[in-house]
Design a protein around this ligand. Sequence first.
Ligand SMILES: Nc1nc2c(ncn2[C@@H]2O[C@H](COP(=O)(O)OP(=O)(O)OP(=O)(O)O)[C@@H](O)[C@H]2O)c(=O)[nH]1
Ligand SMILES: [Mg+2]
Length: 231
Amino acid sequence: MTSELKNYATGTIIPLGDGFTGKSVLSRLIIDPHITSIEHGDILFKTKKSYNIELEFMTEKILIGDKIITSTPQLYIFPGQRQKENPHATTFDEILDIFDCFPALIKVSVLLLVYDVTNDKTLHSLDTWLRFAYVKNWIFKDTLIILVPNKVDLERPDDKTINQALKHINEFAKEHELPIEGDQIIAIETSCVSMEGIHNLRDTIMQWVAFNGIQGVGIKEIEEASKEVLS
Ligand SMILES: Nc1nc2c(ncn2[C@@H]2O[C@H](COP(=O)(O)OP(=O)(O)OP(=O)(O)O)[C@@H](O)[C@H]2O)c(=O)[nH]1
Ligand SMILES: [Mg+2]
């Protein structure tokens, strides 16, 4: 059989956080950080408030030991809006009710807890968002939780705030007996304007899914195996 095997890994990524914290823009930038300044401007200024689920994916070949893994994280981006503003504006809960049946929403590889560093309320809301992920049973032994202080171009978050938030998530995980270790809770500061942290966030997700995502072996190996059987 050929040594050129194709190995795949996939995983679900869910950004959670209040409206206007930057979930949609951030997701669009991490799937393709190598964009022109015009495309960057379009993403920043033309991304509309979400009223529906947004689906994105990114794919990259990652070398792990002597194996090349094709890592394909899939992003499911929900609206952050929880209150009904008007009869036509769909909320997070309404959208989730519709898509709850997605098999991909059973276990989450990477949970992004996104807040806006210029708005403390969005930081405090993360407790509710984390509770929500817990109630949905999204967090399992292979989940990485990334706290994402976003919009750091506007204001520098202090380390104390970030460490307290990480401590809070850690304590929540212990209290609720979540099957994750302390090193599965990290923080990556980002700015969708200066692009600070965006490549790091993308690489961290890619690597995590390559190592810990749902693994599969591709057609190439199956083809070669069936040729062997037939010969
Ligand atoms: N200055 C600054 N603005 C940002 C940053 N990230 C996002 N924004 C802006 O913040 C606004 C909200 O971004 P979205 O990505 O639509 O926010 P969202 O979390 O998806 O909001 P909902 O769809 O309502 O849940 C947009 O005007 C973005 O251009 C950032 O890092 N810095
Ligand atoms: Mg959005």
